[in-house]
Design a protein around this ligand. Sequence first.
Ligand code: 9D3
Length: 249
Amino acid sequence: MTFDILTLFPEAVESMLGISIIGRARKAGLLSVNCYQIRDYTEDKHRNVDDTPAGGGMGMVMAAQPIYDCYRNAVRNAPEGERRRVIYLSPRGRHLTHALAAELSTCDRLVLLCGHYEGVDQRVLDEMDAEEISVGDYVLTGGELPACILVDAVSRLLPGVLADPSCYEEESIASGLLEYPQYTKPAVWHDRAVPEVLLSGDHKKVDAWRLEQSLALTEARRPDLYDAYMAAHPPKPPKKRRKKEESGG
Ligand code: 9D3
């Protein structure tokens, strides 16, 4: 998977995606992240990349030309027929979810455009056939943090990126439940004990306790997820005792 990130702040994106699990996965060649400085592509004599909005109003709008030339350069050597999506991180986009991240993880290349200022000239979004994705209903100052969130959420689903792949099957949001509470040593800290069942060594009991905790937390905090989970996991009907008449024949 290759991520091409078009931004006015490549250093910010590069530093965030150069560390931890994603940084290691990049060094291992499991994914590529290329950051492009949109300003390097401006044909404006003052190197400007934005201008006043047509029709008047506040703020500045990112111009089409530098973004489009930056985009063309990013995909210049891309193989013909690759599975590619162009994404504009935008507060008016479709919300990023685990399901969307999983869908994006099947692509060969994601081109991510980060806006700044009040927005981007609509014509370049149309020309690139960009889809819009938001990371939630709150207002940020630009698309760089959202782009990092998207790269992080998608990258950890790629083969080999996580040490233990079983963890993305059981894990909270993917399973539809919130995660149970976690503990480590020591067994008592500030008069607070680790729940006894976790020290019992009885794996069946531990699993049952964790599921019970996940269900209770999800019901209390995310009734929407709880209802969906219950609809998908109907409780098993109790086993009927076999009656003599039915078994006879
Ligand atoms: C003037 C109206 N504003 C919309 C509420 C314009 C505007 C505000 C903030 C346009 C862009 C931005 C910067 N935000 C993003 O680029 C962004 C974002 C966000 O603010 N919230 C959630 N997801 C995203 S993805 C990109």
